[in-house]
Design a protein around this ligand. Structure first.
Ligand code: LAC
Ligand code: ZN
Length: 464
């Protein structure tokens, strides 16, 4: 559905008036300067300013906003941390941004049921700290964990390095309180591990990018906090040895919680960030972590991993000697997306996935694409999952990166992969969705969208 921005603006003024009456002026933002702060996320997609923003503090505020917005025909884009990488939180037709970042309560942490019930504005890293202080563990760890929120993690099915062992957000959400456009509230899913009562709408809503329903509460799966942890850094003089090591590690039945790959350009970026001393002859790195109940179990896994690295001609395997070293490594890795941005004037960041067995072919193909299109290409990411963040970097303002990115996407699909592993489609990857999914399949997906949101007002212009 396409919206006329002038009409949307006029209707949004009505919405601001009616919600000022219902919620009070403090929660309704119409000041242009503040609205600008809702115009973009952490993608390179074109910003667009909303006409009004509502700062929700409760379920009732979300319900009121969605009731009035449906009545008046105003598009609503939900926003929590605003850290998305595909433009999902950008209100591309204007209208209303529903900001849930003030809904920050952790409502419940249950040590027996191993669940946490949280509001959508809870910052993921803050939830980690809170549950870890109780000996518990919430595993999803998107790299923006210090600023991203559970609401956005749910909307995008956020991943992160630990997804290799523990799954992405979807594998760790048991249930949701979800609000439909128009304000109907549904309790979706369960608070038990098992449960097959009806269709699995939790799985559908997680990753639906705010286009089907909005999250007002999430029931999250907790685990016991692993007592032991070891962090290893393996250096390789070529990429193929690193990807072979990933394959052999999995075949050996090892389950590191993290298995991250960095290519030579990324290694150089890491070096510039001052994260440990990485010698110049390094063409690829694997960052690997094992966690478990005891030091001895973790040590045995680490030794087995080191053997595999040696068999694949690793230059060396270093264990982080102390917490400071581990933290420095992770700080640099977590900031990699920003650090790479500084390597060139412009960048496009892709989030592709290939079957793990196809990683060598993907990296080789990626290099050829870089040469053919005369651009620097850097890859890093969650090698255990076959999920690589491939960055196309260039300096010339006249350079058009699309042919290179198009070739990359063709390569990924030819290898049986998928166009996005954890960042979502948003606006950034809409162009490529029909390359991966048939028209008939997209029609089925659009049918789901119109079942949930017949008026097409929830986050319009995203995904399709
Ligand atoms: C990362 C983000 C970009 O893994 O997903 O760094
Ligand atoms: Zn990532």
């Amino acid at each position: 559905m396409i919206f006329d921005k002038t009409q949307v603006k006029a209707r949004s003024e009505q919405l601001a008036l009616s919600l000022t009456r219902r919620l009070g002026a403090a929660q309704v933002v119409t000041d242009r300067d503040i609205l600008e702060s809702y115009a973009k996320d952490e993608s390179s997609c074109e910003p667009c300013c909303p006409d009004v923003a509502i700062r929700a503090r409760s379920l009732e505020d979300i319900v009121a906003t969605l009731e009035e917005a449906l009545q008046l025909g105003v598009p609503v884009t939900a926003r929590a941390g605003g850290t998305g990488k595909a433009g999902g939180a950008i209100p591309i037709y204007g209208g209303c941004v529903l900001d849930v970042s003030r809904m920050k309560q952790v409502l419940e942490i249950d040590k027996t049921d191993l669940v946490a019930v949280v509001e959508p504005g809870v910052v993921t890293g803050e939830l980690h700290a809170q549950v870890e202080a109780m000996g518990l563990f919430y595993s999803p760890d998107p790299n923006s964990l210090e600023t991203c929120c559970i609401g956005g993690n749910v909307a995008h099915n956020a991943g992160g390095p630990r997804a290799f062992k523990y799954g992405c957000t979807r594998e760790n959400v048991l249930g949701l309180e979800a609000v439909l456009m128009g304000g109907a509230v549904h309790q979706v899913g369960k608070r038990t591990i098992k449960g097959v009562a009806g269709y699995d709408l939790t799985a559908l809503l997680v990753g639906s990018e705010g286009t089907l329903a909005l999250t007002s509460k999430a029931v999250l799966r907790l685990r016991r906090k692993p007592e032991a942890l070891t962090t290893l850094l393996a250096r390789f003089s070529d990429e193929a040895s690193a990807t072979q090591t990933v394959a052999r590690t999995i075949e050996a039945g090892l389950v590191p919680r993290v298995l991250e790959f960095m290519d030579a350009t990324v290694v150089e970026t890491l070096r510039q960030a001052g994260a440990g001393s990485v010698p110049e002859d390094t063409s690829a790195l694997l960052l690997c972590e094992f966690d478990g109940p005891t030091e001895s179990a973790v040590e045995a896994d680490a030794l087995r991993f080191a053997d595999i690295c040696e068999e694949q001609a690793a230059l060396d395997v270093l264990a982080a000697r102390h917490v400071g070293e581990r933290n420095a490594l992770w700080a640099a890795r977590r900031d990699m997306s920003n650090a790479i941005k500084k390597r060139a004037a412009f960048k496009v960041a892709e989030d592709i996935v290939v079957p793990r067995s196809k990683a060598p072919a993907m990296l080789e193909g990626m290099r050829r694409i870089g040469e053919r299109h005369k651009t620097l290409v850097a890859a890093y990411g969650h090698a255990g999952d076959g999920n690589y963040h491939v960055n196309v970097l260039w300096d010339d303002p006249q350079y058009d990166p699309h042919p290179a990115v198009d070739d990359l996407i063709r390569l990924v699909l030819s290898l049986g992969g998928t166009i996005t592993g954890e960042h979502g489609i948003g606006v950034a990857k809409r162009r490529y969705l029909p390359w991966e999914k048939s028209e008939a399949h997209l029609a089925l997906q659009r049918g789901l969208k119109s079942q949930f949101d017949p008026a097409g007002l929830l986050n319009p212009g995203k995904i399709f």
